[in-house]
Ligand binder design. Structure first.
Ligand SMILES: C[S@@+](CC[C@H](N)C(=O)[O-])C[C@H]1O[C@@H](n2cnc3c(N)ncnc32)[C@H](O)[C@@H]1O
Length: 319
């Protein structure tokens, strides 16, 4: 099994600027690459690691032992970080890092069911203890809803055709494996000129839907705003345009960047809760992209918390 190479690690550390007396949340613990780097960069600091995948727990226990208890692991979703940290007696933090999406370990293990390249059970749940699997979704969702999921989260232009083929196939044989689903998709979507497997977009869509990844990201950003103390830092790494759009829209709204002049009678917008640390998203260097293909599409956005109170989060505000 491949281990996970942390993406944009140096850039995330620069954005977080960890301090020896600080408390940092690593909301996507994974293999602990970010947590380890923060613990090493600021001896004395404390890291709270969160991951919804039970497979992360033994890795976190090993890291906590290595760093004399300076790591606390909280199993769960980063979208619940306010509750998780409050329950652990931590009301405020100095930094929050999120590295969203799946890890190399999750993708590479056929039995997790994330990959169209490896045959395995059609699962795709990051938290294997609860929730609907991808098989449940493709076997039970109404054809039209399935098409909408594939279009929205996979940006698949052939979404209706794919949903039709899935609905027809499941009448004879319900889906149980990734191989079965990939071959039905490949039978109706042609390989694109750039060689991308036709199953890529539908698999992405199902993974995002099964794990409510966009909802989690929205709640995670709002949670970070609520937990960060003034001058605290937020660093978010995303891997595709759907996720990056959410982060960009949130930070644009919260920092007041791109705010035009007020029209007469228009209400004064609330004061910014974040200041952007860089106007543009940071991409990996050519060397990192070459060494780690998974890093190629990564983007980092980071911001500094102001002293203004957190705002209630309503996604409709910024979309
Ligand atoms: C890209 S990996 C993170 C890798 C990590 N930065 C490292 O260096 O090892 C993403 C991890 O976040 C976890 N994850 C994704 N979404 C999550 C969520 N909403 N709540 C908690 N964990 C999540 C996944 O289970 C996975 O282990």
């Amino acid at each position: 099994m491949t281990s996970h190479l942390p993406v944009l690690l140096a850039e995330v550390l620069t954005a977080l600027a960890p301090r020896a007396d600080g408390v940092y949340v690593d909301g996507t613990f994974g293999a602990g690459g970010y947590s380890r780097a923060i613990l090493e960069a600021a001896p004395g600091c404390h890291v709270v690691g969160i991951d919804r995948d039970p497979a992360a727990e033994p890795r976190a226990a090993a890291l906590a032992a290595e760093f004399d208890g300076r790591l606390t692991f909280l199993p769960g979703r980063f979208g619940d970080m306010v509750r998780l940290l409050t329950d652990a007696g931590i009301p405020q933090v100095d930094g929050v890092a999120l590295d969203v999406g799946v890890s190399s370990m999750q993708i590479d293990q056929a039995e997790r069911g994330f990959s169209f390249m490896r045959n395995g059970p059609l699962d795709m749940r990051m938290d294997t203890r609860s929730g609907e699997t991808a098989a449940d979704v493709v076997n039970t969702l109404a054809e039209e809803d399935l098409a909408n999921v594939i279009y929205r989260f996979g940006e698949e232009r052939m979404s209706r055709r794919v949903a039709r083929a899935i609905a027809q196939a499941r009448e004879t044989l319900p889906f149980t494996t990734t191989g079965q689903l990939a071959s039905v998709i490949r039978s109706v979507v042609r390989k694109s000129k750039d060689g991308i497997d036709p199953a890529t977009r539908t698999f992405q869509a199902l993974r995002i839907y099964v794990n409510d990844e966009i909802g989690e990201l929205e709640r995670g950003l709002a949670g970070a705003e609520a937990l960060l103390r003034p001058d605290g830092r937020l660093a978010v790494v995303s891997f595709h345009s759907l996720e990056d759009r959410v982060v960009k829209a949130f930070l644009r709204d919260r920092s007041g960047s791109e705010r035009g002049r007020l029209l007469p009678g228009e209400p004064t917008p609330p004061p910014p809760t974040f200041e952007l640390l860089s106007r543009k998203a940071v991409a990996p260097t050519a060397a990192e992209a070459k060494a780690n293909p998974r890093a190629r599409s990564a983007k980092l956005r980071s911001a500094l918390r102001t002293s203004m109170p957190a705002r209630p989060w309503t996604w409709g505000d910024v979309q």
